[in-house]
Design a binder for this molecule. Sequence first.
Ligand code: SF4
Length: 244
Amino acid sequence: MTDTHAAIRVSEIFGPTIQGEGVLIGLPTVFIRTGGCDYRCSWCDSLHAVDNQFRSEWEMMPINAVWQTVVTLSGGRPVMVSLSGGNPAIQPFRALIERGHREGYRFALETQGSVARDWFADLDVLVLSPKPPSSEMRTDWAALEACVDAAQEKPQIVLKLVVFDESDYVYAKGAAERFPRLPVYLQPGNHTPPGPGNEDASVDMDGIMKRMEWLVEKVTGDRWFDARVLPQLHVLLWGNKRAV
Ligand code: SF4
């Protein structure tokens, strides 16, 4: 199968809404959330795009159909398109990105950095989000470096790190030291993520804000002046609600 005729395994396409995290926070965005992930983080907030029990809800969509959905949602006006998941790096996105660029759209992809693809160089923004110890996943640093290499310094590349506790913070500092040229975005984790199919699960906002304050104090106390600390804006606005 050539890339042009490839199909993408989609969990949901939604927007425009605002990007809730990291370097593009606040920017109007259409999201393509892919189904399937090679990780299973303990606190994953997108289990409907990860857990096999939702596989029947995922759809293999031809590139054309995915693109038409994006165009319809954006009213034909070029907008930032976020490729997320799951792990979007395991889907064939090259043809979609080429097509969107021809029409003036821009593309950001967020991945844990476990799978490098040569089409990362076609992106506008590559967000690498290696998962800290609290995720119970183990980082393959060589794979993460391969992702940076695959991008060939063409897109803007940033590190985004979720921090739940002290060991996550130490991990985040270590990750930043491995990639000194990449801007670093830190965010407190949501320790009350939705269970599978339970987007009404309440969020412990006080707990999240306390962790945010703790994180700000850690960063400033350490004189880590290159790091940016941001909340998850969509969690502040909508809690665990999906597709907003
Ligand atoms: S890498 Fe992301 S989508 Fe995959 S399990 Fe972890 S948090 Fe969920």
